[in-house]
Design a protein around this ligand. Structure first.
Ligand SMILES: [Zn+2]
Length: 417
């Protein structure tokens, strides 16, 4: 088993060790790419586990600096370091082999970020327990944000703000975060926030002074002030209850910066103050709704006027007028409005209308109760060109393939009446 230096020295980022095993290509868990893998006698690198993401960094020997891209737990308890570049052939030297002394360097920024997020999670989970009795059932650390799942049916906006406030109090009080080891039997008497499944006899406990005690194998800051601050984000229903997203420390700043930039851009578009943006958006929605309504009314009036003019010009045959019209600048829904207006004057009318606007379509209508069958007529016309559509005796509508000669289709239909 690899000796895990981060258990007792979470702030140790530089260490010397000895290569126990090295393979040229091994497939890391998160990728299908095969990479060289190194196992050391001891390591300060944290492997992905318990919701916390792995460290990255470098393993140096001589002049060779090898990038540690991923770190994982092997089933036998060893820590596997996956390296970025392919290893040089043994003949070129500076290639680690079993027994080589190497120097490990953990990426300090990434580790600090993980310690802030992870310790922040302990504080937040404890705050949700203390205030509302909501236990945390899982923890996820992502690239942008972290989340916990709470075993509860609902969380109100006030509870989110309350837990955030309490967690920040604990952070501002700069309480010490201590590591200690106890037996399982001892742990059971201590009233841990969360007791891990019964596997190990010795448990590593993380204690936030007078606030939280839980078993955890991760890396944590040594005092809560180092978390910086905690900002709660979205909360939503999840499989296990309610998922609450949060960011701590540097991430809280970068998230707030990103939100501020987006809001500033939106405010500039409206020439408004930041806090007035929601109001401006609401106003825009209302304006848009009114404009749509106006447009609909105008189109109806236009269809009505055009239908009246077309009716006047249409010849009357056996007491019935047939209006044939194709639009190259109006869509099928306008063709429909036009056909409806033309056939609702009380006079016997057949309207054969088309729109050439993509997607092109046909609308056949007659004065309700007329002697023809519009549905059947449309089916006949469409069957010759592979179009789709249908309707009733008085009204039918369909789509025709692009590039069809709709004028010819209308003439065809007029001839069949
Ligand atoms: Zn932890």
């Amino acid at each position: 088993m690899t000796k895990r230096l981060y258990y007792d020295q979470p702030s140790l980022l530089e260490f010397d060790s000895v290569v126990e095993e090295i393979t040229d290509s091994s497939t890391e868990p998160s990728s299908t790419a095969a990479r060289p893998a190194v196992i050391l006698r001891e390591s300060a690198f944290y492997p992905t586990s318990g919701g916390q993401v792995h460290d990255t960094g470098w393993i140096t020997l001589g002049a060779e600096r090898l990038r540690v891209a991923e770190v994982a737990d092997a089933e036998d308890g060893r820590v596997v370091h996956y390296l970025e570049p392919p290893l040089k052939p043994a003949a070129e030297g500076d290639r680690p082999s079993r027994g080589t002394i190497v120097h490990g360097s953990v990426d300090p920024e990434r580790r600090r970020d993980h310690m802030q997020q992870h310790t922040g999670q302990h504080v937040l989970s404890a705050a949700f327990i203390e205030l509302y009795g909501m236990p945390t059932v899982s923890f996820h650390m992502g690239e942008d944000y972290c989340s916990i799942d709470l075993a509860t049916a609902a969380v109100t906006a006030e509870q989110v703000v309350g837990a955030e406030k309490r967690a920040n109090e604990i952070i501002f009080e700069n309480r010490s975060v201590m590591i200690r080891y106890v037996t399982r039997a001892e742990a059971e008497k201590l009233g841990l926030r969360k007791l891990p499944p019964a596997e190990r006899d010795e448990l590593r406990l993380i204690e936030i002074a007078d606030f939280d005690l839980s078993a955890c194998g991760g890396t944590h800051v040594s005092a809560t002030g180092q978390i910086g601050s905690i900002l709660l984000r979205k909360s939503e229903k999840a499989r296990q209850g309610i998922r609450v997203e949060f960011v701590c420390g540097g991430r809280a700043v970068s998230t707030a910066r990103r939100d501020y930039s987006a809001l500033t851009e939106a405010a500039a578009l409206y020439s408004a103050q930041l806090w007035d943006v929601p109001n401006q958006i609401r106003k825009s929605f209302d304006d848009l709704k009114a404009a749509r309504k106006e447009k609909e009314e105008a189109l109806e009036q236009l269809a009505e006027a055009m239908a009246a003019a077309a009716l006047k010009a249409a010849p009357e045959v056996n007491g019935r007028r047939t209006v044939v019209r194709s639009f190259s600048d109006r869509d099928t829904s306008f063709a429909k409005l036009f056909a409806q207006r033309a056939t609702r004057t009380g006079l016997p009318v057949v309207a054969l209308v088309a729109s050439k606007v993509d997607p092109p379509g046909l609308v056949f209508a007659q004065t309700p109760g007329g002697t023809s069958d519009m549905g059947a007529l449309l089916k006949q016309i469409l069957s010759s060109i592979g179009g789709r559509g249908g309707g009733s005796r008085d009204f039918a509508q369909g789509g025709v393939p692009a590039g069809c000669d709709v004028e010819r289709l209308l003439q065809d239909a007029a001839a069949r009446i």
